[in-house]
Design a protein around this ligand. Structure first.
Ligand SMILES: [Zn+2]
Length: 331
């Protein structure tokens, strides 16, 4: 309560805006995943990444009114010193490729004239299945098993909700270091071990290629979020290249357009990018890449590891995070 009051006083005083002027220009790249009417309905699979439609709409109205929405292309060129940006520039991004991005978020964005970038996980689009962390979350939360043995043979209790969460996080730490068919095989094995598999019809939560094309046709940017959603920093070089190049190629075939933007998945462990992966994104032909590190994109940053800002779930929370980021404060 007191903390909120202190934030409110700071926001109203304009002190953060003065600090922002001193810090110089930058763009806040805001990171979203999913927007649904009732976030609680999919909490067992998608977890905490869902915004309610109401909260998202309020946040977009805030951006349209008090900030300056720009495109990701503009930010890429700003960072490279090719163009100027207005003050308080913001970019909206979505990770993973959920159907609600097309059905729920895009109509709000288009009505308010806010451009966005949507990063899709190719395997999830092609096979209409949720990213593996969501599938495993569902398995660990709904299994009737009382214990689970990890790959090293260690036994994890599944008695309490807390136990299940611990075991789930352990599984994520292991699986995020795999990629491609190996990753899919291990996820399938864990689903079998727990005898709890997310129903196939929940795959409808992921966009079809037709919907992905619809985003592009409406003027939004579509980028890659890998093939299979690993932690790129923990993969061997061949897997890194495969995730970057194959996803780009597949998307370019499907969209009949260049795909020049990439978003690093953050399924578990830290960091999720390295100097080496940055170099590989450049070699693969990407113009920008975004990470999950917190902060603004500033001139002379490396365009292939741009920071982002987390939106929180409330309008005031987003406003605070943005004003803080522009003022150069840690959220
Ligand atoms: Zn993701």
């Amino acid at each position: 309560m007191i903390k909120n009051l202190a934030k409110r006083v700071l926001l109203d005083s304009g002190a953060l805006r003065v600090a922002a002027k001193l810090r110089g220009k930058g763009a806040a790249i805001v990171m979203y995943h999913s927007v649904l009417e009732d976030p609680a309905r999919e909490a067992d699979s998608l977890g905490g990444v869902i915004h309610s439609r109401e909260a998202f709409q309020g946040q977009m109205e805030l951006l349209a009114k008090h900030f300056r929405p720009v495109t990701l292309d503009q930010v890429g060129r700003f960072v490279k010193g090719e163009v100027e940006l207005p003050e308080r520039a913001v970019v909206i991004t979505f990770d993973d490729g959920y159907t609600d991005n097309y059905e729920m978020a895009m109509p709000i964005l288009d009505r308010l004239g806010v451009p966005a970038a949507f990063y899709v996980t190719v395997d999830c689009i092609e096979n209409r299945r949720l990213p593996w962390p969501s599938r495993l979350r569902f398995s660990f939360r709904t299994t009737g098993k009382k214990a689970w043995s990890d790959e090293s043979g260690k036994i994890w209790s599944l008695e309490s909700a807390q136990d299940r969460e611990q075991a789930y996080l352990r599984a994520c730490d292991y699986v995020c270091q795999l990629a491609g068919i190996t990753l899919e095989k291990i996820v399938g094995r864990i689903e079998e071990e727990l005898d709890a598999k997310l129903p196939d019809n929940r795959g409808a939560l992921m966009m079809s290629w037709e919907q992905v094309r619809g985003l592009a046709q409406n003027g939004h940017i579509v980028g890659s979020h890998t093939m299979t959603h690993p932690n790129m920093a923990y993969l061997g070089i061949e897997d890194v290249r495969c995730e970057l190049v194959q996803s780009k190629d597949r998307m370019e075939q499907q969209l009949n357009a260049r795909v020049e933007h990439f978003s690093y998945p953050c399924p578990a462990l830290f960091p999720n990018w390295t100097e080496r992966t940055t170099e590989e994104t450049r070699k693969a032909g990407y113009q920008t890449a975004v990470t999950t590190s917190n902060g603004l994109a500033r001139r002379q940053d490396n365009p292939l590891c741009l920071k982002r800002v987390r939106p929180t779930k409330s309008v005031d929370g987003l406003r605070w995070n943005l004003e803080s980021a522009f003022a150069g404060r840690a959220g």
